[in-house]
Design a protein around this ligand. Structure first.
Ligand SMILES: Cc1cn([C@H]2C[C@H](O)[C@@H](COP(=O)(O)OP(=O)(O)O[C@H]3O[C@@H](C)C(=O)[C@@H](O)[C@H]3O)O2)c(=O)[nH]c1=O
Length: 192
């Protein structure tokens, strides 16, 4: 899953910023541009979260079918390491992940399709994340995997420090206890 390759189901999008003496302007979301980048998705909900301290970790989250969500994620204040984990049963990269820095400064957005888990850790204080979702929040379908599951082996860059977590995230299961409801669609994959 190399997000720089057009064959990857994970897409990185960086909308152009038009700078002038006042600052800048950008089209933060355009359906046709996303379609041109290989993303065919109808979004129905926008989310916005604020994380106060460095080392706040949310994830690894997903909703199960029929409420599964694709997400288009961007950071509008501060910086985070954003992670997408392949949870598609039968995928050659099942359990593996992509991690990239999203920041207010770099303006990158990451598109994560259905079948992937999502999580992030803050690397600056006062981080705001905005993301679009392709399905409504459904608490009964809300699920996740432990951030420190050894089978996921995600390097969050914490260097031994304990992250700030929700109670829910502390209780999430590991990959070995997880029976994935997501099917692998055969989309071409590349080594991470
Ligand atoms: C996700 C979500 C939560 N909530 C509520 C439930 C709870 O009372 C409060 C906080 O929810 P959480 O603790 O689940 O928030 P958080 O840990 O930030 O959950 C989010 O994490 C990132 C990584 C994602 O990818 C998101 O899809 C979502 O799972 O907000 C909604 O009302 N709507 C929503 O869409």
């Amino acid at each position: 899953m190399n997000p720089d390759n057009p064959s990857s189901p994970i897409r990185i999008i960086t909308p152009a910023r038009h700078g002038d003496a006042r600052g800048w302007f950008m089209e933060s979301w355009r359906e046709d541009r996303l379609a041109a980048a290989g993303v065919d998705c109808r979004f129905v909900q926008d989310n916005h979260s604020f994380s106060a301290t460095v080392g706040t970790l949310r994830g690894v989250h997903f909703q199960t079918p029929p409420h599964a969500q694709a997400k288009l994620i961007r950071c509008t204040r501060g910086a985070v390491i954003d992670v997408a984990v392949d949870l598609r049963r039968g995928s050659p990269t099942y359990g593996r992940h992509v991690a990239i820095e999203l920041s207010a400064e770099n303006g990158r957005q990451m598109f994560i399709p259905v079948g992937f888990g999502h999580g992030f850790v803050t690397i600056t204080p006062d981080c705001e994340l905005l993301y679009k979702c392709s399905a409504y929040y459904a608490p009964e379908a809300d699920a996740g995997l432990r951030w420190d599951c050894p089978d996921l082996a995600i390097d969050w860059g914490l260097n031994g420090r304990e992250p700030t977590l929700s109670d829910r995230d502390r209780r999430l299961p590991c990959l070995a206890e997880f029976d994935s409801p997501f099917a692998y669609d055969g989309s071409p994959l590349l080594p991470l």
